[in-house]
Design a protein around this ligand. Sequence first.
Ligand SMILES: Nc1nc(O)c(N)c(N[C@@H]2O[C@H](COP(=O)(O)O)[C@@H](O)[C@H]2O)n1
Ligand SMILES: [Zn+2]
Length: 405
Amino acid sequence: MDNSPVVAQADASLPNDTQENIRIVESAVGSNSPPKEKIGSDFDSRMMLRCLELARRALGRTSPNPLVGAVIVKDGEIVGEGFHPRAGEPHAEVFALRAAGVGGARGATIYVSLEPCNHYGRTPPCSEGLIEAGVAKVVVGMVDPNPLVAGGGIARLRAAGIEVLVGVEEEACHQLNEGFVHRILYKRPLGILKYAMTLDGKIATTSGHSAWVTSQEARSEVHQLRAACDAIIVGGNTVRQDNPYLTTRQVEAHNPLRVVMSRRLNLPASAHLWQTADAPTLVLTQKGANPDFQELLLKQGVEVVELTSLTPDKAMAYLYERGFCSVLWECGGTLAASAIAQGAVQKVLAFIAPKIIGGSIAPTPVGDLGFTTMTEALSLERVRWRVVGSDCLVEGYFPEKPNSQ
Ligand SMILES: Nc1nc(O)c(N)c(N[C@@H]2O[C@H](COP(=O)(O)O)[C@@H](O)[C@H]2O)n1
Ligand SMILES: [Zn+2]
């Protein structure tokens, strides 16, 4: 097997502006860069963290746009706040200016978690709105990697004589929008592989029983993670064996699109995914697969899309075209291995339960990658771990391929 495509999207085949933006973002939040010096005062940090809190109110609902929050401060007091609720609606800065009222932002400082835009998209440029409102200072969390902005908003504000401070709580700002950033730079949604396994590396018993490997706390964490994603992908095996719901179990939270990849559509008619309407469901299949079952799905309100070839990369390309920023892989080991091999996974979240199942044929979270030596093993970077309930959550990223020019 050729392992080179693993997280292999940053290459010379990408357009030059994309290459340039990868460099901008890498230099800002590079995985191997040493800890950055703190930018701004403690008050600036507090206001920026408030921006992120506001931005999170739209979690999972803004794609293909980012999550953005804005706070306007005058004479040490917050006079306006806002966040971007969804694509097509005004940007966070506009809501904050509206909340400050006519003249309310004159001479004020606006904090915004992403560089103000400087282009006509679905909405007019915020840079012009801020200039018109007479703000004295703009504090920015991170530069917008969108080639239509990419420093242009900051330059426009400075050219108008406005003081601009960039990089306050930059890492936290980047973290919140890692899906958006990945989408812009690599023209694919960020792929997150999540699994729960025992201490001896099993995701189920030999009979396929897996409810539950982890604690209730870990399962709640997964529900929150789902709420932040645009889609969850599973394969036919997971539908047949686990009959999952793939929802957030939270009334107010966003439920991502549930996506099933199945070449032959040999799926159970009674699966929860098409018997429950708590979240939309999409079945990706191959041209001409099982027309009778397709009809059944359509009657149940399930969307069916036939791709010419059904692979993880093709599925991600399709979801990119639909405007998605982040996709959660909650599949079994075979599909997970294929998704990793095709570069459809950038981030891994592994919940490890202090339990042992034993046996050599119980299923594992990642199937065969064809490796025979430890030197071939894929190492994660930016690794963090913490205890969740009685389990340990390990998370990390596959290294992006060096940006060859
Ligand atoms: N600074 C800022 N605040 C927001 O609230 C935003 N949504 C953005 N988004 C940037 O603008 C692009 C979308 O523009 P339209 O909504 O189509 O007008 C998006 O790709 C970001 O670059 N920025
Ligand atoms: Zn804007």
